[in-house]
Design a protein around this ligand. Structure first.
Ligand code: PGA
Length: 251
């Protein structure tokens, strides 16, 4: 299982107290549950330093697909890797919406992440209108087709299924709906990379300590991408402990 926290544009680089508390509590979580925290880029370096010799690793929230060049305000995957980060989220719905990122751009970013030695967490998910129209499955499949290039290394790939309407809203799909979409994502991955590839598929969207166990226990859910609840160490660790409990129940 993988529990990843996406801090979005939250946090203060002068105050690493919550992050430090996460690092301190990380050993409580079973080692089969990997922990990744993705703070804003200005906190990457310090966070990596704070997490040395910790099981918790650090990721970024976006990268450019070029290694360097005239791209004002952007960061390359190489720069992120040189901070000591190991993951980068690409194609989050907020980037797709706020910055007009297409599947094609996301696909190039995922390749760039891997070129730099990072693991790419590629986000996909339908809007509410698409779900209401019965198109969720089609949308997710088309995002996978467009965002995951043939050259992608499945060993450095994570998929995060995040229904847009569940992000930051307190609403979540039913466990049956999560099972259905994760099942089709798994089949897509098996077709592309073979059944042994083991690409983790995370669920994201309003994951909280109170619903984490239920969501993580769904078949083909290999972890969570957590926004709001990843800002507080106690909530983030509670979600990771729910993952531990699910693994223990499966064993
Ligand atoms: P949320 O965000 O947990 O606050 O809903 C999830 C995400 O956007 O990754």
């Amino acid at each position: 299982m993988l529990i990843a926290g996406n801090w979005k544009m939250n946090g203060d680089p002068r105050d690493l107290s919550e992050f430090t508390r996460m690092v301190a509590r990380a050993p409580e979580v079973r080692s089969a549950v990997a922990l990744v925290v993705c703070p804003p880029a200005v906190m990457l370096q310090k966070s990596v330093e704070r997490a040395t010799v910790s099981p918790l690793t650090v990721g970024a929230q976006d990268c450019h697909f070029a290694a360097s060049g005239a791209h004002t305000g952007d960061l390359s995957a190489e720069m992120i890797a040189s901070c000591g980060a190991e993951y980068v989220i690409v194609g989050h719905s907020e980037r797709r919406t706020d910055h007009g990122e297409t599947d094609e751009i996301v696909s190039r970013k995922a390749l760039a992440a891997q070129r730099a030695g990072l693991t790419a967490i590629v986000c996909i998910g339908e809007t509410e209108a698409q779900r209401d129209a019965g198109e969720a499955d089609q949308v997710v499949t088309s995002q996978l087709n467009g965002s995951i290039a043939d050259a992608v290394d499945p060993g450095r790939l994570v998929i995060a299924y995040e229904p847009v309407w569940a992000i930051g809203t307190g609403r979540t799909p039913s466990t049956a709906d999560v099972a259905a979409i994760h099942g089709s994502i798994r089949r897509w991955l098996d077709d592309r990379f073979g059944t042994v590839a083991g690409v983790p598929v995370l669920y994201g969207g309003s994951v909280k300590p109170g619903n984490a166990h239920e969501l993580l226990a769904v078949e083909n859910v290999d972890g969570a991408l957590v926004g709001g609840a990843s800002l507080k160490a106690d909530d983030f660790i509670a979600i990771a402990l729910a993952a531990t409990a699910v693994l223990e129940a499966r064993a």
